[in-house]
Write a protein that binds this ligand. Structure first.
Ligand SMILES: Cc1cc2nc3c(=O)[nH]c(=O)nc-3n(C[C@H](O)[C@H](O)[C@H](O)COP(=O)(O)OP(=O)(O)OC[C@H]3O[C@@H](n4cnc5c(N)ncnc54)[C@H](O)[C@@H]3O)c2cc1C
Length: 159
């Protein structure tokens, strides 16, 4: 109890992902004091380099003794609070990012617009027309998403 500090914040945002980062930005812009809690590391400030796929390092996985990236190669690891975690359920495994930035720190950078028929089937309660005419174009514009050049795909040595 002796070392407890009293913190006074108007807003407490747990988890530091993309959505919460935007909420925090808006609250700060409105002059509110915000405290953000995140279970993983701040990789940008940690000084620890990001892992490469072929030579995985400390950031490769969250407290695992082997790599969990969804590829064929499995490498041994010393458990560390790395950037990628996998939650295993009975019928599904879910990969998630751990650290300031959440999934954005392990994200593949692809902006995929789902097939309309599939979207409608999965989200019957949503207004699909509004998503395809407004939200997806707006998101792609804001993200400055573009399409990979066919020539690049043809020339890419790993395909
Ligand atoms: C390997 C990988 C590749 C991907 N590639 C793409 C892609 O190319 N294109 C695409 O559109 N999407 C991609 N995604 C999906 C996308 O990144 C996620 O859907 C998105 O990041 C989810 O954002 P979020 O804000 O909902 O939550 P997250 O980004 O998952 O954030 C949750 C945050 O909460 C923290 N947290 C969790 N529990 C606690 C706790 N108890 N206390 C404190 N903090 C906690 C976590 O550490 C994390 O920082 C990818 C995901 C992964 C895992």
């Amino acid at each position: 109890m002796k070392n407890q500090r009293k913190l006074k914040y108007r807003s407490l945002l747990s988890v530091l992902d993309m959505v919460v980062a935007v909420a925090a930005l808006r609250l700060c812009e409105a002059g509110k004091k915000v405290l953000m809690l995140e279970m993983g590391l701040n990789w940008g400030k940690s000084g620890i380099p990001y892992s490469s796929l072929l030579k995985p390092g400390k950031s490769a996985a969250w407290l695992k003794n082997k790599t969990i990236a969804p590829f064929m190669n499995i490498f041994p690891l010393t458990p560390f609070t790395g950037a990628l975690d996998r939650l295993d359920f009975k019928n599904i495994n879910v990969w998630v990012g751990r650290g300031v930035g959440g999934g954005s720190i392990v994200n593949g950078g692809m902006a995929v617009t789902p097939k309309k028929a599939y979207f409608k089937e999965v989200f019957p309660e949503l207004d699909a027309e509004k998503f395809y005419n407004f939200y997806f174009p707006l998101a792609n514009k804001e993200l400055k998403a573009n399409v990979i050049d066919e020539q690049f795909l043809n020339d890419c040595p790993i395909l």
